[in-house]
Ligand binder design. Structure first.
Ligand SMILES: CC(C)(COP(=O)(O)OP(=O)(O)OC[C@H]1O[C@@H](n2cnc3c(N)ncnc32)[C@H](O)[C@@H]1OP(=O)(O)O)[C@@H](O)C(=O)NCCC(=O)NCCS
Length: 186
């Protein structure tokens, strides 16, 4: 799969970011720091610097080139602003054909159905072009927005993992969910 992949939805375009997107990624990180930090690993101060963004983009492109993950940036069709991210991470091929899904939307876009719109296109790509069989998404029990989003997309609860991820400095329990292809086509 090429790192040049571009997906579209009614309000957005989605692609693996390129080196020239580093300033847009920095703006997204800074503008959404307070909004995203309760749901993400603790970030060092260097995370909010252009060098870190440039390195993250280089890493994202290499990860996609190696088919290990597809970290997408999402842009507003009208303003070209970066407004969300999502990532098909930790891809395992062989008999598993699975990955983990992570995502977030800008505070200014929350509650407008954007993440659902974006992930519908993203999941079509994951099950289509990427030929994945299982996409796993996990959320903290108190993340009600995330729970509702995944349920609406058809993800099913598979378990509950105690102290599963270190989020904002604490090992947090997570609800484990998956969306699974129900045929043997690939
Ligand atoms: C979780 C998160 C990605 C959800 O993003 P979102 O864009 O608000 O989610 P959705 O696309 O599902 O839209 C949510 C709401 O918009 C409303 N909405 C408005 N217009 C809509 C439309 N045209 N279509 C669908 N929903 C619409 C829906 O009613 C929905 O509300 P509900 O969940 O109460 O039913 C976002 O809250 C976020 O970034 N949180 C911080 C990071 C995070 O938690 N990441 C996930 C960690 S597991």
């Amino acid at each position: 799969m090429s790192v040049l992949v571009a997906l579209e939805s009614a309000r957005t375009v989605m692609r693996i970011p390129t080196a020239s997107d580093a300033p847009a990624l920095l703006r997204y990180r800074i503008d959404n720091r307070a909004h995203l930090s309760p749901w993400e690993p603790l970030r060092e101060e260097s995370y909010y610097a252009i060098e870190h963004c440039a390195q993250a983009i280089a890493d994202a492109r290499e990860t996609a080139r190696l088919d290990r993950g597809y970290p997408f940036a999402v842009y507003d069709r009208q303003t070209q602003e970066m407004i969300a991210t999502f990532n098909f991470a930790n891809i395992v091929r062989g008999a598993f054909q699975a990955c983990h899904l992570g995502y977030g939307v800008a505070a200014s876009w929350q509650g407008r159905g954007l993440m659902a719109e974006v992930l519908q296109a993203g999941l079509a790509f994951a099950f289509g072009d990427l030929k994945l069989h299982r996409v796993m998404a996990n959320y903290m029990p108190r993340n009600e927005r995330s729970a509702r989003l995944l349920e609406r997309l058809g993800f099913e609860r598979e378990g509950y993992a105690k102290r599963y991820l270190r989020i904002d400095g604490h090992w947090e329990d997570h609800v484990l969910t998956s969306l699974v292809r129900d045929d043997d086509a690939h």
